[in-house]
Each structure stands twice: as structure tokens, then as C-alpha cells.
Design a protein around this ligand. Structure first.
Ligand SMILES: [Zn+2]
Length: 258
């Protein structure tokens, strides 16, 4: 049942398109840290975003943790079609742990981002943090692209029964972080490192109350970097930011990210 529900959610996400905020972030070479479980940053063109709360597109074994083959997510070409701007899920995907989701922090960075004024850039309507700097910030565990598993493990398109692990035979589970579960260690460490090294971090749409994600912009601030916040409302992160821009990510980010 759980597997089927996530398959349904994944299919819904596939019909949604990145918004102007995702696209603005993707134009910038920066590290993207997101609490969203969708793949809108990837589709907008951002390279290896760090998924703090996992991804609907990275199923893994419930027993041994091995990443399931991407083929389990059988890409259905054509899905999504046109429909630019389809709103809905885009910015506000809820975090699996029930948080309001949404926040992006982008840190412009010494190295990569290069930009003058700095804005690294982040966008993500939903919860994303972009940290510029670290050139590639490498892929996270969440970006697992089919390594393990045998083809026969695939449940097949449309299957509502969880496929089984190609290594140990246990059921494959959705690659998202469920309420009460710890965040993926590798992703969190990578995010904190990027934040600590960022000259500029833009936090977007996050509530600023879900820890440890809310700690990330504070890491940048404590290490001497500048934090810019984009959010329609005030948040507990306001005091840590050098600038607080009130508004939705899809409107604000395209204007501050060149
Ligand atoms: Zn396994």
C-alpha cells in the first residue's frame, strides 16, 4: 500500500514542471540543498542537488539499503507533456516528516559561483538551499541511479507491489525520509560542508523550524558567510540573514539570480 501511494505521488510529480525559481537556480553554478522529495531541481538542470529528505526517485532496499535500479522508476516518456507552469506540487511538496517544506538556500561560492554580488542562488520553491562554491558538491546518496539489483527485481510499470532487492531479496521502499527517521547522514554532512564553505547562501521557502535542516543557513552565518532569505513570511531564520526578501521563490529568485 505504501509503495503504491508513493508511486502515485511520483506520477503526480512527473506531471509537474520546474518553476521559474527552479530554473533561476539551475542557471547558476551552485550547490543545491533541498528538503523536497521531488526531482524538479534535477529537471530544471541543477546538478546533483543534495536531498536532505530523500527523493521519490531514489527507492532503496528496506533491509540492506542498496539503491534500487533506476529502471524501477520506469521512465514513461511523454509523461508531463507540455503544460509549462503547472503549479500545484511544485513549490510546496510537503516533507515526509510533515514540515511545511520548502526552503532553499543557495550559497554563492568562492570557487564556482563566481558571481559578483554574490547571490549564489537557490530556488526552489519548496525547500531548498543552494550553496554556491564547492564546484560540484557531488552526488548524494539520494541520487542513486540504478546500481544494485537485477533487472528481474523490477516490479514493472504500474506495479503497486514493491519490487524486491536484487541483493538480499527484501522489499524495496520509497527513498524518502519518513517521520521519525534520521536524515541521510551523507546528504546532511555534504550539506553542512557546503554551507560552511559558502560565501553566500540563499535560503528559500523554508519554515526554518525543522531541524537539522534549519541549522544549515545558520552554519553559513556562523562561518562568516552571508545568508539571504526568500520567503513570503518572516521565519525564525530572519535574524541570521543579511537580507530578507518577502515573496514567493518563483517571483523573487529570477530577479536576484542573473
Ligand atoms: Zn537488500
Amino acid at each position: 500500500m505504501v509503495w503504491g501511494w508513493y508511486e502515485w505521488r511520483r506520477e503526480l510529480v512527473e506531471r509537474v514542471h520546474p518553476n521559474a525559481g527552479h530554473e533561476a537556480v539551475a542557471r547558476r553554478e551552485c550547490t543545491v540543498i533541498t528538503q523536497n522529495v521531488d526531482d524538479l531541481h534535477e529537471r530544471a538542470g541543477s546538478k546533483d542537488p543534495i536531498h536532505l529528505h530523500g527523493s521519490l526517485f531514489a527507492p532503496r532496499c528496506s533491509a540492506c539499503g542498496e539503491a534500487a535500479p533506476r529502471s524501477l522508476n520506469a521512465e514513461k516518456s511523454g509523461v508531463g507533456g507540455v503544460g509549462k507552469g503547472a503549479v500545484g506540487i511544485a513549490g510546496g511538496t510537503k516533507a515526509e516528516n510533515g514540515s511545511p517544506m520548502g526552503s532553499a538556500a543557495a550559497a554563492g561560492g568562492a570557487a564556482g559561483a563566481g558571481g559578483a554580488a554574490g547571490a549564489g542562488s537557490a530556488a526552489g520553491a519548496g525547500g531548498t538551499a543552494v550553496a554556491g562554491g564547492a564546484a560540484g558538491a557531488g552526488g548524494v546518496a539520494a541520487s542513486a541511479v540504478g546500481r544494485a539489483g537485477s533487472p528481474s527485481a523490477a516490479g514493472g510499470e504500474g506495479s503497486r507491489t514493491p519490487p524486491v532487492c536484487g541483493y538480499c531479496g527484501a522489499a524495496v521502499r520509497p527513498g524518502v525520509v519518513w517521520f521519525g527517521e534520521a536524515l541521510p547522514v551523507a546528504a546532511l554532512e555534504e550539506a553542512v560542508t557546503a554551507a560552511a564553505n559558502a560565501d553566500v547562501l540563499i535560503t528559500v521557502g523554508t519554515s526554518g523550524v525543522v531541524y537539522p535542516a534549519a541549522e544549515i543557513p545558520q552554519v553559513t552565518a556562523k562561518m562568516g558567510g552571508a545568508v539571504i532569505q526568500v520567503n513570503p513570511q518572516p521565519t525564525p531564520l530572519d535574524p541570521f540573514c543579511v537580507v530578507n526578501l518577502r515573496g514567493p521563490a518563483a517571483e523573487v529568485l529570477p530577479r536576484i539570480i542573473s
